[in-house]
Design a protein around this ligand. Sequence first.
Ligand code: SF4
Length: 332
Amino acid sequence: LNAHAPKRPRILSGMRPTGRLHLGNYLGALQNWVALQDSSENLHMVADWHALTTDYEHVDQLAPNTIEMVTDWLAAGIDPEKSPVFIQSHVKEHAELHLLFSMLVTTSRLERNPTVKEQVRDLELEDTVSYGHLGYPVLQAADILLYKAHLVPVGEDQVPHVEITREIARKFNSLYGEVFPVPAARLTHFPRVPGLDGKRMSKSMGNTILLSDEPEVIAAKVKTAYTDPKKIRVNDPGNPDGCVIFAYHRAFNGGAASAIEAACRAGTLGCVADKKDLAAILAEKLAPIREKRRELEAHPERVREALAHGEERARAIARETMREVREAMRLA
Ligand code: SF4
């Protein structure tokens, strides 16, 4: 950590407002956010402007999806007193810093970014990628540096973005004077779980288990999950590699995974029974989240208050940073 470091490292993390969260969101980010909130100063941002970079045509669901998602954040254990939660577009300083940073990065640098390249290919946007989409790593740099965050917890695919943030911070500091820390990427390893069909878990694929699903919904969904297609009868020896149920066992029932693997391979465990067991385990693990969510749904003002309070705290930091930035750039 450098001279800018406060007592606890500051972390900025965000999620696009996709509505109710699923197991993949939980394992990939939320669980880690909750675990870090005592050792770090965390700010959690609803990245609604980022959502527009790929889905600018569909704005009707932004507001309801934001509330659903933040309700899940709080239900999963984010304490908004310790870790402010806020909506990116409510803190306009993000836009100002994004504009200033956009002068410090070349278009060819952004076009070389492997993560954006991949997205453009997957979404078949080769000839239609927008200026905003190409530049979203610059908006991300503004998000991170506005709060002078020191650490950015990311999955592997996001490391190139953090590199752009670091380059922008260094360039700004060398041109105008030391304002920003150069943040470090902190690679977070987490168990990836597939969707019920064995493909990537995603809402648009309709293959998710939501944190808020009731036990009977979990049981019905788990019944449809992809398992070893060669294991037809109860006593057929099975192969847990590639079996969705086994992937969930590993993520949520780790202690029993090796016994389940052995029983599956030996043909002493049938898929119907194993699915039943897993559904019960998931329902139990998610019970505290469902309970807290019910409480929040009965008091929706608590979610709105958390956002309003978080926004105030985020804005106070953002204003101070922008004062320094304008002064450094002689824009004051
Ligand atoms: S017994 Fe369990 S681990 Fe084995 S294939 Fe069936 S569901 Fe998967």
